[in-house]
Write a protein that binds this ligand. Structure first.
Ligand code: ZN
Ligand code: CU
Length: 527
């Protein structure tokens, strides 16, 4: 037998959840060619004794479509052991991106030094592949893209023609290789969609075997209603439902967890295919203006800015915000993660309470001013979740790990602001903190939650397990040393303990450092 490489003497955690065993793994031509006790043979060997050898991690919840295009090195992901990312989540994807949708995202693209040259999935995929990527890329189709491409940011149901056009755009992307549909029902224009509209699109996705992933309409005050809506879409459209970043947001909603889990459990018992993903942190990250009540975004960016400028509307905003966040320390639980202007750079990493103190005004006034100065382009980190609930969520039999982050590097165009530490820390944090230190999850199970479970969820049958014939996406890590190092203050820190990472048989991380190789592919459903 000849091999390109033999990983010799490691402990194989094969991704299925089966008990770990001592074994060698041979790679050839981008595939795993043998697993077990392999005789000495031709070809180079790598001593991995004392290390775990497992499938590359599949990050089921990523937002990398644009950062990967800006910088294909994807250090934040490969240094964690991620070998495949699923982007296009929360209603936002690279395609379709037409009309109003295109205009709205142009600024995000510009911030990364990008211009839109693609018209459809094939064009986007070609551009990614031409420039080279270190990880494999899958995408869902964002409902926000479909809606804004066809009907802009109008707050009304689509008419018959618009519905048809959305369905057609979705179908085109699915035929070209997208893996399903995603919604972001707190964002615009997703929030304008009624259940029936999503149902109709979910049926289109279903007819192509796609997945439906949803950022629920509410993760806090209306959490149970929102889960019920997602399950209903799943049952009536007959589609697999993925609840994105399952959580109970806001301490007054923490007590809802048992009911939330019961809704999911009962749906599964009825035969509905509902599952969820989660990142191992208790802070969320999204646009800073997510603090504002929903009516504040009505009509789009210009209307929102006008409201923030108007003293009467501001007073009304303050009244509502203070009613739902009455405590002084609520303002200490929101960090300013990133801004666009140099003038406000020093606020990155500070709380809104601090921003208020620095400006000599109440924190809400500081928030409004900041949003105006930044043209709404500011990100926040929100400490809104319960640690205990996180543990309970991680233990659900249908749970997978998803980082909810974009691929970034420690330098170059994707180093911007202070993103959530999940960007560099998610997978090692689960393995170090929740597997080794707290013994919340057995190692084999945690690895399955990062590999075979998301692969099966997506229908990616070539990956997610260490088995002969599968694509050679592999991680070699030290189970005693693995830990995340990224923090809210200093998020651009690679984890420890990930030794080697292989994507399609090529080494992208060797001895803990990126090699510069870009063997990643755009993975197409059915392709
Ligand atoms: Zn989301
Ligand atoms: Cu997301």
């Amino acid at each position: 037998m000849t091999a390109d490489l033999i990983l010799r003497g490691g402990t194989v955690v094969d991704g299925t959840g089966a008990p770990a065993y001592r074994g060698d793994v041979a790679i050839r031509g981008g595939r795993i060619t043998a697993v077990g006790a392999i005789d000495p043979c031709e070809g180079p060997e790598l001593d991995v004794s004392g290390m775990v050898v497992c499938p590359g991690f599949i990050d089921l919840h990523a937002h990398s479509e644009f950062t990967l295009l800006a910088d294909g090195r994807a250090w934040g992901k490969i240094l964690q052991g991620v070998t495949t990312e699923v982007s296009g989540n929360c209603g936002l994807s690279a395609v379709p991106l037409l009309g109003e949708a295109r205009r709205q995202r142009a600024e995000d693209l510009r911030d990364l030094g990008l211009t839109q040259t693609w018209e459809d999935f094939a064009g986007f995929a070609r551009r990614l592949e031409d420039q080279g990527i270190a990880v494999n890329f899958c995408t869902l189709v964002g409902h926000g893209n479909l809606r804004a491409s066809v009907m802009g940011y109008a707050n009304r149901p689509p008419d018959g023609r618009e519905m048809q056009e959305m369905s057609r755009l979705l179908e085109d992307a699915l035929k070209a290789g997208a893996w399903g549909l995603s919604t972001g029902l707190i964002y615009l224009p997703g929030a304008y969609a009624e259940t029936g509209e999503i149902m109709a699109l979910a049926r289109v996705a279903r007819s192509h075997g796609g997945l439906y992933a949803t950022h629920l309409r509410s993760e806090g005050d209306q959490l149970l209603e929102a889960i019920t809506e997602a399950i209903r879409i799943g049952e009536e459209a007959g589609i697999r439902v993925q609840i994105s970043h399952l959580k109970t947001a806001g301490d007054r909603n923490w007590r809802k967890l048992p009911d939330a889990l019961r809704l999911i459990r009962e749906a599964r018992e009825r035969g509905a295919d509902v599952a969820a993903d989660r990142y191992p942190y208790t802070a969320a990250s999204t646009d800073l203006d997510a603090i504002l009540p929903a009516w504040a975004y009505e009509g789009g960016r210009a209307a929102e800015l006008a409201r923030l400028k108007d003293p009467d509307t501001r007073a009304r905003l303050t009244e509502e915000i203070l009613a739902s966040h009455p405590r002084r320390d609520d303002w200490e639980r929101v960090l300013i993660a990133s801004v666009r202007t140099e003038e406000n750079r020093s606020l990155e990493g500070r709380t809104l309470a601090e921003a208020g103190a620095l400006r000599g005004c109440p924190p809400w006034e500081a928030l409004y001013e900041l949003l105006l100065e930044e043209d709404l382009q500011a990100m926040g980190i929100f400490f809104s979740m319960s640690e205990e609930n996180l543990r309970e969520i991680l233990r659900q039999p249908y749970l997978m790990i998803g980082s909810d982050s974009s691929a970034r590097a420690t330098d170059g165009p994707t180093r911007q602001g202070k993103p959530h530490p999940r960007t560099f820390g998610t997978f090692p944090r689960v393995l170090g903190r929740f597997v080794r230190n707290e013994r919340l999850l057995p190692l084999e199970l945690a690895v399955a939650m990062m590999t075979s479970r998301p692969a099966a969820r997506l229908g990616l049958d070539d990956r997610g397990v260490v088995q002969e014939g599968k694509s050679a996406d592999l991680v070699v890590f030290n189970p005693e040393a693995i830990r995340d190092r990224a923090t809210y203050e200093d998020p651009y820190q690679a984890p420890e303990g990930i030794r080697h990472v292989f994507v399609n048989g090529s080494v992208v991380v060797r001895d803990g450092a990126p090699t510069g190789a870009r063997p990643g592919r755009v993975l197409r459903k059915g392709g």
